[in-house]
Structures are given as structure tokens and as C-alpha cells.
Design a protein around this ligand. Structure first.
Ligand code: ADE
Length: 229
């Protein structure tokens, strides 16, 4: 069981995400618990707002430390287990499969989703979160990044995926630095395109060999950086 506490200004963004498919099943079977917290609920004076203009000028608004810090502290105190605090920002360390594997052993993760021009730096100084980015592009806020983290971590929990969805051989998982090979299903021929003969041969050794070669070729072509590392 892993518990996520998500702190956001827009909790309803997560509704559809959590109520379908594998995530829904994991929640129903008690392997995953996600608690959504609206940071606005901690604003003592609703008119004062969560954000303010940046000192020194410039565009946009900054999330206020005196709103966000008490909010994280009180969510933390909801459980004995303090949990690991993650903050989403394009300035963070790049999130990848290796980090997902490391986070999957945690019991509790607290995910802090920014908006606007981000957080007052004193939030970082006081709470010392792991600052994570999901890639070199800019989102409207951390919510989509939080969904990426939740989904990639929960797939790694024991018994969340059925055998048919097994994640052991996924691209990027530990011990696999190759892209997946191509896949085909019926029909054998479609619009003049046929399935490679070897996949129909029933010869498991040959199929394994062909797939390994296909993975390697695709990786060389598309992601040579994976072979360097
Ligand atoms: N917030 C805005 N852009 C982001 C990104 N790329 N990763 C994480 N959080 C973000």
C-alpha cells in the first residue's frame, strides 16, 4: 500500500484520472490511497489569496510561502508516517524510470503542485522537497506531472498489474536499457502488410532472438543515448 497526498489548487483535475482502469482497481483493492487537498482551504483569509506579485517585478504571480508551508505541515501531520515531499517544477531534477522505482518503495509521498510562476523560494528552504521535472517543457502547473508520477510509481507496486500487463520487461526498467520491440496481432495480413514470418513460426528461441535484435536496432536508431549510458 502506498499513500499519496496531493496538494493542489485544482483537485478536480484528478477526478477522471483516478476513477478509471488500473488506478481505479488499485484504489478499490486497497493497494493505493490518494488524498487530494485543496491548498485554498488553508487560506485563513480567502480574500488574501494564495499568490501575490513577485518582489522585484516581472510577469505572473508567485505562490505565497505563508500559505503553502502551513498547508504542507498540516497535511504531513495527518499521518504518523511523515512521508517524502516532492515539489513539481520545470527547474527540478529530471524524473525517470529509475526514480519511479526508488519512489515505489516509499509508504507515503506528498506531492506539491505549483501554478503560475511557481513557489516563493522560502517554501523550498523550509520544507526541502525533492524538486522534480517531468521533462524540458513548461506545463500550466504540477498536476499533470503529479499524475505522471502516480501512474508510473503505482505500476511498479506488487500485484497492481496482472500478469498480462507485467512491467518487468518494460523499456527503461532496471536491467533494461532498450526500447520495446515491435508487436503484431491478428489479422496476419492487413492492407497488403504481413506480419514477419518468424513471429508465426512457433519457434520460441528464434522469436526471442528476433525480438532482441529488433529492440537493439530500434534503440540504436531512435535513442542512441540509452546505449551510451
Ligand atoms: N510544472 C510546469 N512544468 C513542469 C514540468 N515540466 N515538470 C514538472 N512540473 C512542472
Amino acid at each position: 500500500m502506498i499513500r499519496f497526498d496531493v496538494l493542489t489548487l485544482f483537485p478536480s483535475i484528478f477526478d477522471g484520472f483516478l476513477s478509471e482502469s488500473i488506478l481505479k482497481g488499485a484504489i478499490e483493492s486497497g493497494k493505493l490511497l490518494v488524498r487530494l487537498h485543496n491548498m485554498r482551504d488553508w487560506a485563513t483569509d480567502k480574500h488574501a489569496g494564495m499568490d501575490d506579485r513577485p518582489f522585484g517585478g516581472g510577469p505572473g504571480m508567485v505562490l505565497k510561502a505563508d500559505r503553502v508551508v502551513p498547508c504542507v505541515e498540516s497535511v504531513r501531520a495527518m499521518e504518523d508516517q511523515l512521508g517524502r515531499l516532492v515539489m513539481f517544477t520545470p527547474q527540478g531534477r529530471k524524473f525517470d524510470q529509475k526514480l519511479a522505482e526508488r519512489l515505489a518503495v516509499e509508504e507515503r509521498l506528498i506531492l506539491l503542485c505549483g501554478r503560475y510562476e511557481g513557489f516563493d523560494e522560502r517554501v523550498v528552504e523550509l520544507l526541502q522537497p525533492d524538486e522534480l521535472s517531468i521533462g524540458d517543457y513548461v506545463l500550466n502547473g504540477g498536476e499533470v506531472a503529479a499524475m505522471v508520477l502516480i501512474e508510473s510509481v503505482m505500476r511498479l507496486l506488487p500485484e497492481v498489474l496482472g500478469d498480462s500487463d507485467s512491467n518487468k520487461f518494460d523499456s527503461f526498467s532496471s536491467g533494461n536499457r532498450l526500447l520495446d520491440c515491435v508487436q503484431y496481432t491478428r489479422p496476419r495480413e492487413y492492407r497488403g502488410l504481413s506480419v514477419p514470418e518468424v513471429l508465426l513460426s512457433g519457434n520460441h528461441a528464434e522469436i526471442a532472438q528476433w525480438r532482441a535484435e529488433n529492440s537493439l536496432q530500434r534503440t540504436k536508431l531512435r535513442r542512441p543515448d540509452l546505449l551510451d549510458s
